[in-house]
Design a protein. Sequence first.
Length: 315
Amino acid sequence: MDKVNLALGAMYFGTRLDESAAFDLLDRFVDAGGTLIDTADCYAFWSDPSGRGGQSEEVIGRWLARRPGMRDRVRLSTKAGAEPVGPGEWPANRQGLSAPAIRSAVEGSLRRLGTDRIDLYWAHMEDRATPVEETVGAFAELVGAGKALRLGCSNHPLWRVERARQIAWRGGLPGYTALQLRHSYVQPRPGASVPDQGHRFGWVTDEVVDYVHSDPGLSLWVYTALLNGAYTRADRPLADAYDHPGTTRRLAALARVADELGVSRNQVVLAWLTGGDPAMTPIVGVSGPGQLDEALAGAALVLDAGHRALLDAAA
């Protein structure tokens, strides 16, 4: 496991967060022992006047170019499949996961990142217009060429993940060894619509946890772990989908543990994620050094058995 089980989310580098601030956060993260940097080729097209994205990868690439030797100290995680590539509205105009799309996407990411390899390359969202066999073969081709060292799958239904992994296994090809989905301590009502979640299958479920737990070779990365600040900021209330008795009980348990330990609720959430079974890797986007330091401290926090039992029992 990495020294710091936390991925720095770089979604808004180069758009909402300027280059200077992004460089400072990247430096501070690495100085603290962080190694995992997560982005995507489409970030952040919705904040980009051109509507295409790519700024995040470009900022990371320029940071690496100005830090000799840094590329060997970090592990880059980026994604393909969701970037807008043609006319029309997203997601209908997304690049998808055909073999030509994957080959084009990886070359674009390598160029923007200024590197010859991607440590963990993700299928960003499913593409039912492309046969799974084609997608599996194209990703395996990248591993064979050394352009991707490891493969992951984000925002896919579990049955399609397993189908892709079985195709890879039967063909003797490298397959997905990581999942990336949305997860946090507090959960919305089953089936409720969450305004800031555009991926229908982008959730950790009990089945996902069991699936990952049963396979030591599979890891789980989770995004929106801190619910966009809702745990600690009164100006960031939870969406209506979280309004149910389980939320009330979990927030009470969270507050109790945070108070007893003298830490923030965010830190308890991150400790709960990283110290669970299976351990999860939170992807945390921050806008300043204080938020980064808080997240790093949370990922390093170890909950004792009593506090973890209290958190787990609240449902």
